[in-house]
Write a protein that binds this ligand. Structure first.
Ligand SMILES: NC(=O)c1ccc[n+]([C@@H]2O[C@H](COP(=O)([O-])OP(=O)(O)OC[C@H]3O[C@@H](n4cnc5c(N)ncnc54)[C@H](OP(=O)(O)O)[C@@H]3O)[C@@H](O)[C@H]2O)c1
Length: 373
């Protein structure tokens, strides 16, 4: 692994003019649209509220390959070349004049929004970063922001998850689902989820007493995590009338909503981060169809016919990252599960990272390491 830029020892000094960064040069698959360049200008000029961070690691999320493919160009277009990526972790090497919360030398993690993370240096508003959990490596910390915060917001923002709440997670082994399970368990909820048999080991890495024994459904134990093999069973039939408070859908497809209605209690909530069509491009037609579906379901939940239907989209707030760090990660209640760590300086590995994310077969988070922990 090599580095063309300053190392941790050079904090604040000797920030180079040029850096290595991934560059999106068009829309398409990673091998066609993603390059690695070593002569990219370091964004040294800071506005008052900005920080410059020397990245140690970055991680990929589904939205990254969707943006690379152009699936989301209706809401976000880029002038090329463009540095992609959102999640990263590193050390603050410079701060703007009004930055007060973070200082040079702080280890941080954050989500850059729609790009610019996959580089040795990133410049961003201070509000996008929070202190890195002390018990995580940079590689682990980079795996948290987008997926962790999505689960945190979806489950906690309306404070509906409390001790003894019953929470079902569609897609326990998804990047978001793995954080969702841990957050729900951390507050004492009874948690069940779907998984393929292939992913039982992924789920077991969380450390709970994993049970597939469906006969135990009637006596949920707070120490257990009930896992239903979705390739064999329909969770709506298995958990029919089990009065779940929340179904958190990290998979998508109309069947999740249909099964959820069978298990939610009156007034329960279905919170999806995907919607009915997990594979669609974001087109005007799809947005209109999706909007009409959400309005229709909200109407029926208001007149008392169906559970609440909530389509959650990540909002992002560094205070969520702070709260996750202090109350969940540093207390050992939440950790990232890593599928694979790639070498940032090998463009083929970056392509593989995108392809693995796009495959929908990842078993945890994929990270690209810039500086070894
Ligand atoms: N709205 C938002 O703000 C927001 C934020 C973040 C992510 N998302 C969306 O959330 C979705 C999940 O993203 P992610 O990155 O967390 O997923 P991911 O890590 O790519 O999920 C892959 C894993 O899910 C498993 N899986 C697939 N279908 C499943 C099912 N029906 N039940 C259980 N496990 C299943 C796969 O294994 P098997 O195939 O073996 O089951 C694989 O291990 C994506 O569509 C993403 O775009 C939305």
């Amino acid at each position: 692994m090599q580095s063309s830029a300053a190392s941790i020892g050079n904090i604040g000094n000797n920030i180079p003019d040029l850096m290595t960064a991934a560059q999106q040069v068009g829309y398409g698959d990673a091998k066609d649209a993603l390059q690695l360049k070593s002569d990219v200008t370091v964004p040294k000029e800071l506005k008052a509220s900005q920080v410059l961070v020397r990245n140690h690691a970055v991680s990929i999320n589904a939205i990254d390959w969707k943006l690379l493919n152009g699936n989301m160009s209706i809401i976000k277009t880029y002038a090329f070349p463009h540095i992609p990526g959102m999640d990263c972790s590193g050390i603050v090497v410079n701060v703007g004049s009004s930055v007060g919360r973070l200082k040079v030398g702080d280890a941080v993690y954050g989500n850059m929004g729609y790009g610019n993370a996959f580089a040795e240096y990133v410049r961003a508003d201070e509000s996008l970063f929070a202190l890195k959990p002390v018990n995580l490596s940079f590689a682990e910390a980079a795996a948290v922001p987008l997926a962790g915060e999505t689960a945190y917001e979806a489950l906690f923002q309306q404070r509906e998850i409390t001790r003894d709440s019953k929470v079902f997670i569609c897609g326990g082994p998804t990047g978001v689902g793995l954080f969702g399970i841990q957050l729900a368990k951390a507050v004492g909820a009874h948690v069940a989820c779907t998984s393929s048999l292939r992913n039982m080991d992924t789920i077991k890495k969380l450390g709970y007493n994993v049970t597939e024994n469906i006969s135990e459904v009637m006596k949920p134990n707070n120490d257990d995590l009930l896992v239903i093999d979705y390739t064999k069973y329909n969770f709506g039939e298995i958990l029919h009338h089990q009065n779940y408070d929340v179904v958190f859908d990290c998979v998508g497809g109309q069947e999740q909503w249909e099964s959820a209605q069978q298990i939610l209690k009156p007034g329960g909530r279905f919170i999806t981060i995907v919607g009915d069509d997990p594979h669609s491009n974001l087109t005007v037609k799809n947005i209109v169809t999706m909007g009409a579906g959400v309005i229709n379901r909200k109407f029926w939940s208001l007149v008392g016919q169906e559970p609440s239907y909530i389509f959650h989209i990540l909002k992002h707030d560094y205070r969520h990252l702070d709260d996750m760090r202090v109350n969940y990660i540093e207390t050992g209640k939440m950790k990232p599960i890593i599928d694979h760590v790639y070498d940032f300086y090998n463009v083929k590995e970056l392509h593989e990272m995108y392809d693995r994310s796009k495959s929908g077969k990842a078993q945890g988070k994929m990270v690209a390491q810039i500086i070894k922990d």
